[in-house]
Design a binder for this molecule. Structure first.
Ligand code: CTP
Ligand code: MG
Length: 227
């Protein structure tokens, strides 16, 4: 395939506080990971790599095979590391030689519509070294120090970053080889290596399931979709 999608699912989900790794928490009868993979599987002919918590590779494979169906040959599972960046690096080592475009996606953004993947791939195909989906920041943001407001932030200049984040394969490989610090997302790591990263429209449904309230919201959306 020309495109690979690395789905990072190796986190423990500390803030969610469930009694299992976050990726395996159920939204309905299906896990967070399975929901994420159903959307990923809609991207035609892409290699799909799931980065699973160490020791839970078998459970991840069950979700992956369920989502890919007859297309199982394009899927694989690898074990993650103790930071998201290490988990991404583990996934990148499994990308097939012929792949030219790599997308990194958080399993925790389980309800990300397939159309967002298409937009990201389209922007890389159109020449971007890297591209991320963004949504406007809706809250008024304050700069606060010592519990006092010390400045205003122009909201029109702010965007919230989502995934999948897409990159030319050579760019992402080079940036990961050069990385000598922890970055909060792949776009920051790639920008630090000197590349320009573009944006496309994200989607409200791509929110990251982080807290119990996020889980409630995701479960409500899935229930409505079923009805
Ligand atoms: N992730 C990963 N490997 C890690 C840490 C995170 O693959 N060592 C993945 C998570 O599984 C998730 C995505 O990166 O899909 C975004 O991370 P986050 O939402 O922070 O998940 P957790 O790290 O699991 O949650 P928390 O920070 O609350 O522990
Ligand atoms: Mg985390």
């Amino acid at each position: 395939p020309r495109v690979a999608i690395v789905v990072v699912a190796a986190g423990s989900g500390t803030r969610l506080g469930a009694d299992m790794p976050k990726a395996f928490v159920g939204l309905d009868s299906r896990t967070i990971l399975r929901h994420a993979l159903v959307q990923v599987a809609e991207v035609p002919d892409a290699q799909v790599i799931v980065v699973a918590p160490e020791g839970r590779e078998g459970d991840a494979l069950t979700d992956l095979l369920g989502a890919l169906g007859d297309d199982r040959d394009r899927g694989s599972v690898v074990a993650g590391g103790d930071t998201r960046q290490r988990s991404v690096a583990a996934g990148l080592r499994a990308v097939w030689p012929d792949v030219e475009v790599v997308l990194i996606h958080d399993a925790a953004r389980a309800l990300t519509p397939a159309a967002v993947f298409a937009r990201v791939i389209g922007a890389v195909d159109a020449g971007a070294a890297g591209v991320i989906p963004v949504v406007p920041v809706v809250d008024t943001i304050k700069r606060v120090d010592n519990e006092e407001i010390i400045g205003v932030v122009d909201r029109s200049l702010l965007s919230a970053a989502q995934t999948p984040q897409g990159f030319r394969r050579d760019v992402l490989d080079a940036a990961y080889r050069a990385a000598d610090a922890e970055f909060t997302d792949d776009a920051a790591l790639v920008a630090d290596a000197g590349y320009t990263v573009a944006t496309v429209a994200g989607d409200e449904r791509s929110f990251k399931i982080t807290t119990p309230a996020d889980l409630d919201r995701a479960r409500a959306l899935v229930t409505r979709a079923d009805a």
